[in-house]
Design a protein around this ligand. Structure first.
Ligand SMILES: [Zn+2]
Length: 188
């Protein structure tokens, strides 16, 4: 079963007029599953991380096309990974549906110093404090792109701003992005 990033990549490729060339400029055959050359395929060794958390990747335009994209790694090991292409002018309705789904508590993973202090949280809600079976699952929203693309996504996505009013972005100690977003996810 192809992961969420793989599906997004296929959709993105279908839209592109010219073939995408990975860094280095030449096209090598790669495994569809792990993006390595077939002789080094690691699909059989892929771990699965048991987690109740989900991940929602918002990906800058060409990110799904890069074989080395970090979001692939998340999609490979976290079963509930969702991936959407980001554009300032249009939003995938499926993304908005996901963010409204009551089973999830969305958190935007982004350095806290770029958000208003009252929007920043440092901990994730515990699974089910009262033992009532009504606890929400954390959904970490990762802005996948260069630092400037990630800042653009953060600042120009009204649906994220709406989340931040009630549900603050998760902060991280380190100012660099995207390394911190994945580190924060690993800690959660
Ligand atoms: Zn493989």
């Amino acid at each position: 079963m192809p992961n969420a990033v793989s599906l997004l990549r296929a959709a993105r490729l279908a839209r592109s007029a010219k073939p995408f060339l990975a860094r280095g400029g030449f096209k090598r055959e790669r495994c569809e599953g792990c993006r390595l050359v077939p002789s080094h395929c690691m699909c059989a060794l892929r771990p699965s991380v048991p987690t109740r958390a989900g991940v929602c990747l918002l990906m800058a335009d060409i990110e799904p096309l890069k074989p080395s994209n970090t979001g692939w790694l998340v999609a490979d090991v976290v079963a509930d990974t969702f991936a959407f292409g980001w554009a300032r002018t249009e939003t995938d309705p499926a993304l908005l549906t996901l963010l409204r789904d009551p089973q999830w508590q969305p958190y935007v993973v982004f350095p806290g110093e770029y958000a208003a202090p009252e929007r920043v949280v440092h901990t994730v809600q515990p699974p089910d404090p009262a033992g009532t079976g009504t606890g929400k699952r954390p959904l970490f929203i990762l802005l996948d792109g260069t630092w400037s693309e990630a800042r653009k996504m953060f600042g120009r996505s009204p649906y994220l701003a709406a989340l931040q009013r009630g549900r603050a972005p998760l902060t991280s100690d380190c100012a660099r992005f995207p390394c911190c977003s994945y580190r924060a996810l690993a800690k959660a």
